[in-house]
Write a protein that binds this ligand. Structure first.
Ligand code: ZN
Length: 481
């Protein structure tokens, strides 16, 4: 993919593209950002929504670093039966992360760890949105927000799975082979009139460069081009949409099915996957309200971020129940939407469920409206799962400022002990760290997306219980101090 290197003077424009990064709203609207509007891009039409709880056996693959000098968070869905599509997403995510960390093939130096002031700190965030999951069609968009010295903001790409052919498809796979030239000519004709489009770049555009294509609910085909791929970076993203009638003669057989399943989803997804029983959700119910008096006894608040995650969160709930321990989960909205049953189980077992944003961005880089969207969308998902809206939030990376605080009535929660469990994927080391650093009324940061962290919990509970600790939620700790 061709890209201009973003000049420092254009970094401000780069921040505008965040509007699109954060607009994976339930309405499915991808919005139109200011930069795109300046570039003359048309406003993308909304796409239909997908309820991820309808996808049997769905797992969200999450990973993150909590390193303030090199923050990153990645996520993509693993849909049973569409393993080839999952593998394609994994490959791209792994490559992106390797390049971000300066270990990739691009050989680009990374600014990780070398920033001298906060404005130079990079950030990589990869989140996802389902486009379709119906019949024998799956469509997913990955949204990559890259804030690095040379990063140009938002990159999007769509991934498709054709259940009938058992094959992963790219965006051009929606177009029949013998229509690709006609299609590409029409794309170029559309883009040519736009302000900021570079004719040389347009000349070199091939159908392989069309890597983000999806259908709207009225059957139009919508294409999206990243900043710097068809025009000057200042032009922002460019979007092209072809009506249902225009695109009809160009679609491949798969493209027609993808269009149909977007317009009128059949309701169930059938990829011919061997159905594996969903992992059992723990059914522990808190016997009564917690009466631990932290003014009189030794209390500690274990907190688990970034989940819920299949199957680790369920395992963790079992361990906690064995010791009557109550903890606080700071959940990520896109995971709550995929697995509300796990969040419900957390609340039912007497744990506290807090808000950790929708897709784990550094909130201090966002506008107030974007912060609100990140937090409110997640709170709505938690409320739908548990019946109660959260009262606490943990800002990703612990990054919080007055603007973020003013965007919500929830109280921010940081931590007193960082286990660095995202860095040390070693259960013994994680357990030792928590046990060594445990202190009365401490708040311990862990992550239930890592099996090693969950595996450390029985040892932590056993040892600290023997030392007289009581495991309470953050709100309980705050209320009884
Ligand atoms: Zn986190």
């Amino acid at each position: 993919m061709r890209k201009f290197t973003l000049l420092p003077s254009l970094l401000l424009l780069g921040s505008l593209s965040l509007t699109t990064a954060c607009s994976t709203s339930s309405s499915g609207s991808t919005g139109s950002n200011t930069a795109a509007a300046r570039g003359g891009a048309s406003s993308p039409a909304p796409v239909s929504t997908v309820d991820p709880t309808k996808i049997k056996g769905l797992a969200i693959v999450n990973d993150s670093s909590n390193d303030r000098s090199c923050p990153w968070a990645t996520s993509y869905p693993a849909v049973p039966g569409a393993e080839a599509m999952t593998a394609a997403m994994k490959k791209d995510v792994d490559n992106y992360l390797a390049n971000y960390l300066g270990k990739g093939s691009s050989g680009q130096p990374t600014s990780c760890g070398g920033a001298t002031d906060a404005s130079q700190v990079p950030e990589l965030n990869i989140s996802f949105a389902f486009l379709v999951a119906s019949g024998d069609v799956v469509g997913v968009r990955l949204l990559t927000q890259d804030h690095t010295g040379t990063g140009d903001g938002l990159t999007t790409k769509t991934y498709w799975y054709d259940g009938a052919a058992h094959a992963s498809r790219t965006a051009p796979g929606l177009i029949a082979d013998d229509s690709r030239i006609t299609f590409l000519t029409a794309v170029k004709k559309e883009l040519k009139q736009r302000q900021g489009v570079d004719p040389t770049m347009l000349d070199q555009l091939t159908s392989a460069d069309v890597d983000d294509a999806s259908f709207t609910s009225d059957g139009a085909l919508k294409l999206s081009f990243d900043r710097g791929t068809v025009g000057v970076p200042a032009g922002g993203r460019y979007t092209v949409a072809f009506s249902k009638a225009t695109v009809a003669p160009w679609l491949s057989a798969f493209g027609k099915r993808a269009q149909r399943q977007t317009m009128s989803p059949s309701g169930t997804l059938g990829l011919g996957a061997v159905s594996t029983p969903a992992p059992a959700v723990p059914t522990e119910t808190a016997s009564s309200t917690d009466t631990t008096n932290c003014a009189k006894v030794k209390c500690i608040a274990l907190t688990f971020d970034d989940g819920p995650a299949v199957t680790y969160t369920g395992t963790l709930l079992k361990y906690l129940a064995q010791y009557n321990a109550r903890v606080t989960f700071f959940t990520v909205g896109q995971n709550v939407a995929a697995h509300p049953e796990l969040v419900r189980a957390e609340a039912k077992a007497g744990h506290q469920v807090g808000n950790h944003s929708w897709s784990h961005p550094d909130l201090t880089r966002l506008t107030t409206a974007q912060v609100k969207e990140q937090l409110e969308r997640t709170s709505a998902a938690i409320k739908a799962a548990t019946g109660n809206a959260p009262t606490l939030f943990r800002p990703p990376y612990g990054a919080v400022n007055a603007q973020v605080k003013s965007a919500t009535t929830m109280s921010p929660v940081l931590w007193t002990v960082d286990t660095e469990d995202w860095k040390y994927r070693d259960a013994v080391k994680v357990a030792q760290t928590v046990i060594a650093k445990a202190a009365r009324n401490g708040v311990v940061l862990m992550h239930d997306i890592h099996p090693t962290s969950v595996a450390a919990v029985p040892e932590i509970l056993k040892t600290l219980t023997a030392r007289g600790y009581h495991f309470v939620t953050v709100s309980h700790l705050r209320a009884t101090l």
